[in-house]
Design a protein around this ligand. Structure first.
Ligand SMILES: O=c1ccn([C@H]2C[C@H](O)[C@@H](COP(=O)(O)OP(=O)(O)OP(=O)(O)O)O2)c(=O)[nH]1
Length: 480
């Protein structure tokens, strides 16, 4: 197994990074910021770490029985090279490591796995034997929780680390969190159009605060002694030493803050917004606010599809997927606007995953061609007079990258759904239709605009693909 972590941990356990990824490509090596006055961006490692934490929170059917061993739900991101192969979470019956083995089997060879909790030794032995390149996990309470044990005796041999195991966290650029909240965030921008300033600020603060409290309670071990105890038990005793311990906790808190800001940038249903078929005159919205994820996802869907209709996802699943896309947008290489896209499909089988029968098809963000040096490309927008200095001909759109780097084929008889943080432009609409995507979840803020280099005219006329547009719920609309 090609990993040089043991020596690198020592060299890199400094203020900026705990473990250096020795396989970074040229651009990835720049981590949080780019060279041309770009806004700070998330590093690859931080993106995958945040996605794994977020996957742990995939909306689950509340009536599902608890895992018999009381294992904590975990999230997982499977990455091969530049491609995200899967986003998973554990189910009532299976740990997320088992889900990975079932879903990917031999395809795990050479992959990097990002877990939201240190997996148990049973999962770890299978994963390592599959030939993975690296297993990275969030250094909090592990899957087999040590916080649940009254006498402190670990039931699992948590400390038995393999050489592929690593904790990978990059320092967050100081401005990133502020930027996450001030950036042209499409969903908050929509709110800004429709609410008074006071309502907006209150709204914003409420969401963010609530989100931060919930995420901290889930992912952070507030008590330092407990945290040190956990680190020792899971084989990370080196991180208990200062200044590494404080740095580690600071990195963890910074990442949780970013996740809270991103999550609160897609306000939830309680605040009166959701994804609905746009023209309310067409009848009641098809995405039901109260439907549980699995009921609206799986029941009767193929039947509905054969009639050319689908109910749409439950609001909490749709919002969850949009936040995945919003996280991806923070890897953008466009200095002005980050766009993220994820494509999920609803399979006919494979319910072992905590995501039910939903599986990831692909994901992407807007950026310059892979493997290139982005400073070689023009990066100005429409404000630049010289067309040769504008970015539009070079940047690959989020939807395009999601299709190019997809890890699964799009099947005609399945419901395939695109979640994209910006209204698809005229370059992307034909790709969406041609690829066989059946539903698009997005915002239509740009819809109908023609900016010359880029236009957004085709989406309005798009037929045969259901459009779920982020807007006020019909109930909130009635009240206003
Ligand atoms: O379907 C789409 C449409 C656009 N983009 C990306 C490509 C490009 O990186 C950016 C262009 O965004 P916009 O249309 O907002 O242009 P701008 O020049 O950034 O902003 P402005 O509206 O000020 O002209 O968005 C996508 O990824 N997918």
């Amino acid at each position: 197994m090609a990993t040089t972590e043991t020596s690198q941990v020592k060299r890199n356990r400094d203020e900026s990074r705990f473990v250096c990824s020795c396989k970074c490509d040229r651009r990835d090596a720049s981590t949080q910021t780019d060279t041309k006055g770009h806004e700070p961006r998330l590093s690859r490692v931080n993106l995958f770490t945040l996605l794994s934490l977020w996957m742990e929170l995939f909306p689950r059917n509340k009536s599902q029985p608890k895992n018999a061993e009381q294992a904590k739900v975990s999230g997982l991101v499977v990455v091969q090279g530049r491609k995200v192969m899967g986003l998973h979470c554990s189910s009532a019956e299976l740990h997320v490591g088992q889900v990975a083995v079932i879903r990917h089997g031999p395809r795990l060879k050479g992959c990097d796995l990002y877990f939201s909790r240190k997996p148990c030794s049973t999962c770890m032995k299978m994963i390592v034997n599959a030939g993975v390149n690296r297993v990275s996990y969030w250094p909090g309470d592990p899957e087999l929780s040590l916080l649940l044990l009254s006498d402190g005796a670990a039931v699992d041999r948590q400390g038995q680390g393999s050489s592929q195991e690593a904790v990978e966290l990059d320092a967050i650029a100081a401005e990133l969190d502020a930027q996450v909240h001030s950036h042209r965030l499409p969903f908050l921008e929509y709110v800004a159009h429709s609410e008074s300033r006071d309502a907006r600020e209150l709204f914003d603060e409420l969401q963010r605060q609530r989100s931060l409290e919930d995420l901290t309670a889930t992912f952070f071990v507030t008590d330092e002694l407990r945290h040190q105890y956990i680190l020792r038990k899971i084989g990370l005793e080196n991180f208990c030493v200062e200044p590494y311990f404080s740095n580690l906790r600071k990195h963890m808190q910074d990442l949780i803050k970013v996740l809270a800001s991103v999550a609160s940038s897609v306000p939830d249903l309680q605040l009166g917004y959701g994804f609905y078929v746009k023209d309310l005159a067409e009848g009641p919205p098809r995405a039901s606010p109260r439907a549980s994820p699995r009921t609206s996802l799986s029941q009767g869907l193929s039947q509905d599809l054969s009639q050319g209709l689908s109910q749409g996802l439950s609001q909490d699943v749709a919002r969850h997927c949009m936040i995945q896309a919003q996280l991806l947008a923070y890897r953008t290489e466009d200095p002005k606007v980050g766009v993220g896209a994820v494509i999920w499909a609803e399979g006919k089988s494979g319910r072992c995953d905590g995501t039910g029968c939903m599986y990831l098809v692909g994901c992407g963000y807007n950026g310059y061609p892979g493997g290139s040096v982005c400073s070689a490309f023009p990066w100005m927008g429409s404000e630049e007079k010289d067309p040769r200095e504008r970015k539009y001909k070079y940047i690959i759109h989020a939807e395009q990258n999601a299709l190019i780097f997809r890890s699964a084929e799009i099947k005609e008889d399945e419901n395939t759904m695109l979640f994209v943080t910006k209204c698809p432009c005229d370059e992307c609409v034909p790709l969406i239709v041609g690829a066989g995507i059946k539903q698009v979840y997005t915002t239509d803020l740009d819809s109908g605009k023609d900016k010359g280099d880029i236009s957004y005219l085709k989406f309005v006329q798009l037929q045969g693909v259901q459009k779920f547009i982020w807007q006020k719920t019909p109930q909130a609309e009635d009240l206003s």
